[in-house]
Design a protein around this ligand. Structure first.
Ligand code: ATP
Ligand code: MG
Length: 576
């Protein structure tokens, strides 16, 4: 391809609204142009990279036995109503109405559409396991579209759905996808981690997020360098801690103190001059008509999902103010653990283990207590891990301190079980001829987000540094003097020769100054560059340089194609 025909509109200035490097560079390098909030045209360079990532995905999924299809983007409301997600999905779902006033969603994900297909077409256990995938545009009306294609409202996703006859077989398929995802992200040369994650509105239990490690990532990950444990911070667990008080701890006297109008840990902490980590937060929840008091340290937050899992219930709700008053005898903000009615089940978070002389609500309006000792003044029914884990908490597997890093979620895989098949009455006939609901999983990769994440990890202050496997072009040939016939001819010759050995070549045929061609070459980040200059040509050589390590070599024009082929071909599969 010749640059003059390639529609690569590079910019010298950073766009004003781009907060992260990948967004800035995708605009400046002429990969992307906005059309509406979170909606973009993918320009030719980006489309080429999208095709490469898609190809890697297809090769790995085909290899593991999945098959590609293409369902519609337009989804009739009725299918989403079957699972209740027409309402549950809320404003994140883009909706349209046709001329007959029928409602449709612009697909944000495809569980319903694919489950509907499979319940119609797959009858027997003999047809299982079955895994299908697609690569298609998805719509999500994100509250805060940002970072370019990283969080867009229209974006490209690979999504896949697997159907198995039983749980064991489902877990096996899940593992195969997990491994295929690792192969895909390895080949895209991403530095990533697979971590345990919360399921969110999709449902199901076991699920993993694939996180590309990047300081600008929107997700926090807690991981353990010692044993390799890793989880999204909202999912991360922490190990049990000893709840004995440290040796030599002097039990403090329990005293009631006046704290008029001070209801938060911050306010009371300021008033009493005591640090937040010497507080007990007493949070009242209701589930199945029972009241639970969860005690967490003043500087910690409750993790309601952990509480839900501990109690083995679908939902827990914060108690309403009236209920709080009824249980504590005080206004909201003064609840404490030590004089609660016996009917309230008290669960103490590990963050409080080993802490004494605590401040807590007094269960009297405008009063707190100091000198509270767990074990003396209150005996929790249970010690448990119910707070959001933070850096420094002990690893649940090996007790070493967890470390926090940030990541970009590029993929997410879920074991759904029979949640969708039961809701949609999707069954197959087992060996005895009885109808059984499919065991399902779903698997997503944000194709456009993968590219943004790759740029986030592979750039310098001059521009993008593409990994060969997903680069829009592999080689850029730069004739420095377009007025010199011999320079132009040499460049054209190299361009043809590279194409003849199947390299993907861009020829910068513009009549621009050398400096601006170099700057653009750095910006768009093609992995290999061939510079054809007056002096070199006189001496019978050109300069071949790699974008990543600035290593250069002088090579005879006739040998350039072979020289580059030897370096590029092995890197195409990923790893160069
Ligand atoms: P997030 O937590 O980032 O909003 P999600 O968990 O809602 O994402 P999934 O439903 O798991 O997303 O979708 C599968 C994949 O699609 C994600 O792992 C991500 O790579 C990609 N993706 C999701 N939302 C967007 C978006 N708005 N723009 C670009 N890619 C997205
Ligand atoms: Mg997700």
């Amino acid at each position: 391809m010749r640059w003059s025909r390639a529609l690569i509109p590079t910019l010298k200035e950073d766009p004003a609204d781009a907060e992260v490097a990948s967004h800035r560079l995708m605009i400046r390098a002429g990969l992307l142009r906005p059309v509406a909030r979170g909606v973009y045209t993918y320009l030719p360079l980006l489309l080429r990279s999208i095709r490469k990532v898609s190809r890697i995905i297809r090769e790995e999924l085909d290899r593991m036995g999945a098959v590609e299809l293409l369902p519609p983007i337009l989804h009739p409301a009725e299918l989403w109503q079957e699972t209740g997600r027409w309402d549950l999905y809320g404003p994140l779902m883009m909706r349209v109405t046709d001329r007959h006033d029928r409602e449709y969603a612009l697909g944000p994900t495809h569980e319903e559409i694919v489950t509907d297909l499979i319940r119609r077409e797959v009858r027997s256990y003999r047809q299982l396991p079955l895994s299908v995938y697609q690569i298609q545009t998805k719509y999500r009306d994100e509250i805060r579209p940002r970072f370019g294609v990283m969080r867009a409202r229209e974006f490209l996703m690979k999504d896949a759905y697997s159907f198995d006859a039983d749980e064991a077989s489902m877990a096996d398929t899940y593992q195969k996808f997990h491994d295929a995802y690792c192969a895909i992200f390895d080949r895209c040369e991403l530095g990533y981690r697979a971590v345990e994650a919360e399921a969110g509105e999709i449902g199901g239990t076991v699920n993993h997020e694939f996180m590309v490690l990047a300081g600008t990532g929107e997700s926090a990950i807690l991981s353990c360098a010692a044993c390799g444990y890793g989880a999204a911070s909202e999912r991360a667990e922490s190990a049990q801690r000893d709840h004995e008080l440290p040796d030599g701890h002097q039990l403090a006297p329990l005293e009631v103190v006046d704290t008029p109008g001070k209801t938060t840990v911050d306010e009371v902490s300021q008033l009493l001059g005591k640090p937040a980590d010497s507080f007990v937060k007493t949070l009242l929840f209701e589930t199945d008509g029972k009241t639970i008091a969860a005690l967490v340290r003043g500087d910690r937050e409750i993790n309601e999902s952990k509480l839900r899992r501990l109690l083995a219930v679908e939902r827990v709700e914060m108690a309403e103010p009236d209920r709080v008053k009824e249980v504590t005898g005080a206004e909201v903000g003064f609840a404490g653990p030590h004089t609660l009615p016996d009917t309230v089940r008290i669960i103490a978070d590990y963050s409080l283990a080993g802490h004494g002389n605590l401040v807590a609500g007094a269960n009297q309006t405008d009063r707190h207590v100091t000198g509270l000792e767990i074990g003396r003044d209150v005996e929790p029914e249970e010690w448990a891990d119910v707070s959001l884990a933070v850096e420094g908490d002990p690893c649940p597997q090996c007790r070493q301190p967890l470390k926090e890093t940030r990541g970009i979620e590029v993929g997410h895989i879920f074991q759904l079980g029979t949640k969708y098949s039961v809701a949609m009455n999707a069954t197959f006939l087992d060996e005895s001829g009885s109808p059984v609901p499919f065991e399902m999983c779903s698997y997503g990769i944000g194709v456009t987000r993968v590219i943004a994440a790759a740029i986030e990890q592979n750039h310098d202050d001059r521009g993008i540094i593409w990994p060969v496997a997903i680069a829009p072009y592999e080689v850029e040939v730069i004739p420095l003097n377009m007025d010199s016939e011999v320079v132009v001819q040499t460049a054209e010759h190299i361009y043809d020769a590279c194409q003849a050995v199947d390299l993907e070549v861009l020829l910068d045929d513009r009549a621009d100054r050398a400096g601006s061609k170099f700057a653009d070459a750095d910006l768009i980040g093609v992995p290999w560059r061939v510079v054809v200059g007056d002096r070199g040509v006189e001496e019978g050589v050109v300069e071949v340089a790699s974008r990543r390590d600035a290593e250069t070599a002088t090579v005879a024009p006739n040998e350039v194609a072979a020289y580059l082929r030897d370096r590029i071909q092995p890197a195409r599969h990923g790893g160069g």
